[in-house]
Write a protein that binds this ligand. Structure first.
Ligand code: HEC
Ligand code: HEC
Length: 429
């Protein structure tokens, strides 16, 4: 008996442990949840050395740590910074609470309407009017010399701020099939008595000239590919031209030849490293302890009941592994394919009466629409909405009108306890 006990008790324990483990394993395979985590800490020494990726395969010779280091690297004039720019590294604006998150940094967008009420992206003059930069709705805040400093003329009476967005988990967002976003849009009228109808827009893919896909990145859904966004950001945030955006914004005070982004010894440009870093990040995690509370659970149900989830969609599954996207330039790897994510967004444009009047890559009717902000990672920010002008979750909700007017009204008529439960749920995201 003694022997039996000695040998089988551990075996029993093992069996007990193994069975649930096997169940969890099966369950997670069926659900195929995308890995989540704030797993890219910003370290001064050996950037990326403690980071964990979502398992994305790295190009030959490259590492996730190296991609993160390039994303964090502060550029100088010698590397092509400016002449006009906003900050010196991607991580200057994408950093909270880890590299790739968002930040409090906002940008300045400007323009005006023509006689027919259509948005005009302005020509900004620099160098005391001797030079100008056409089609420039982004007014850069910094320049490498006083002559290149942009000044917004009085005529540009549309002026608005744009908050920095998180890029964590964006590889999964890129891996969502166009048809999935289109289906979400198609279902919204029926879910809302015709009130809610997200707009999809087709946007150019920089790396596949002449081809488009459904936009899903940026406040205006202005991009659908992370490589396109990275090249756009390198030029417009840091003033560094690349093979996709090969011409700098001005020659005033320019000292380098275009394109300024060159292949390294791995044959990769910086924009390739940025893209690989972003694609390799895990999705933002929930605060599981808070989410498990009775109040947060109740709040989650209220979120669905009052209609928030019609736009802030709770679960989306990415396209299967092997799907070719971005005009044939990217094949979705196992790490990103067939994964369930919880972005709390439909990635569609809506008019909720907060519109800033600005058109980017979309048709004229998108002027007063914005992308449903993904609420994953919401607990890491306090300046809310595109302009950062809502200082609390409640203020942000109360600004929802237009397509969201009915939902807002339902929120207003909730009991104080229900409202507080909804906010507790939001605080767990
Ligand atoms: C000065 C601040 C700043 C810098 C520097 C910056 N960004 Fe951004 N980033 C932003 C802002 C603001 C947005 C939202 C822009 C918009 O939609 O108008 C954004 C959005 C993005 C998005 C879209 C995220 C999403 O989920 O929609 C990506 C991708 C991105 N940036 C990548 C980069 C890369 C790569 C770099 C470095 C080359 C970079 N950014 C540098 C401020 C910055
Ligand atoms: C018709 C679609 C729609 C519905 C319904 C909707 N939202 Fe939104 N939500 C948006 C859009 C679009 C934005 C971005 C608006 C902007 O930046 O001006 C947004 C932004 C937000 C933000 C700000 C997030 C941030 O990081 O800045 C919060 C919080 C939010 N919504 C919560 C809610 C809640 C809670 C409900 C339900 C009571 C709700 N929303 C219903 C479309 C919607």
């Amino acid at each position: 008996m003694k022997n039996w006990k000695r040998f089988t008790a551990p075996a029993l324990v093992a069996a007990l442990l193994l069975v649930p483990a096997a169940v969890i394993q099966l369950h997670s395979q069926a659900g195929n949840e995308a890995p989540t985590g704030f797993s890219t800490p910003t370290l001064s020494d050996n950037p990326g050395s403690q980071s964990v990726s979502n398992g994305l395969p790295e190009p030959a010779g490259d590492t996730f740590a190296n991609d993160q280091a390039v994303f964090e690297e502060a550029e100088g004039v010698d590397k092509g910074l400016g002449p006009i720019y906003n900050a010196r590294s991607c991580a200057d604006c994408h950093q909270n609470p880890v590299t790739g998150g968002g930040s409090q940094v906002s940008e300045f967008r400007v323009g005006h309407l023509d006689g027919n009420g259509n948005f005009v992206s302005p020509t900004l003059t620099i160098n005391n009017g001797q030079s100008s930069i056409p089609n420039r709705s982004l007014a850069n805040d910094r320049a490498v010399c006083p002559e290149a400093q942009e000044r917004v003329p009085m005529s540009e009476n549309i002026r608005t701020f744009r908050m920095s967005l998180s890029v964590l988990g964006d590889g999964f967002v890129e891996a969502i099939d166009d048809s999935t976003l289109q289906n979400i849009a198609d279902q919204q009228p029926a879910l809302s008595r015709g009130k809610i109808h997200g707009e999809v827009i087709q946007v150019p893919i920089g790396e596949a000239p002449g081809l488009t896909r459904i936009g899903r990145f940026g406040w205006k859904d202005q991009h659908g590919s992370l490589l396109s966004f990275s090249a756009d950001a390198y030029l417009n945030e840091q003033g560094i031209s690349s093979r996709l955006n090969p011409v700098d914004t001005t020659t005033v005070c320019k000292t380098n030849t275009d394109p300024e982004d060159h292949p390294d010894d791995l044959g990769m440009d910086d924009i390739d490293h940025f893209t690989t870093f972003i694609r390799g990040t895990m999705a933002p995690p929930v605060d599981a302890t808070l989410l498990a509370t009775r109040d947060a659970q109740a709040g989650q149900q209220i979120f669905a009941q009052v209609g928030c989830a019609v736009c802030h969609v709770a679960s989306i599954t990415t396209a299967p592994t092997g799907t070719v996207i971005n005009g044939g330039t990217f094949t979705i790897p196992d790490a990103l394919g067939g994964k369930v994510i919880h972005p709390y967004s439909d990635f569609l444009l809506h008019n909720i009466a907060t519109g800033d009047g600005i058109v980017q890559n979309g048709p004229a009717d998108t002027a007063n629409k914005l992308r449903t902000t993904p609420l994953w990672g919401l607990r890491t920010r306090d300046r809310l909405m595109h302009d950062g002008l809502s200082g609390s979750r409640e203020q942000a909700i109360l600004r929802h009108k237009g397509e969201a007017a009915v939902t807002r009204q339902k929120y207003v008529t909730l009991t104080p306890q229900q409202q507080s439960q909804l906010l507790t749920f939001l605080n767990s995201l």
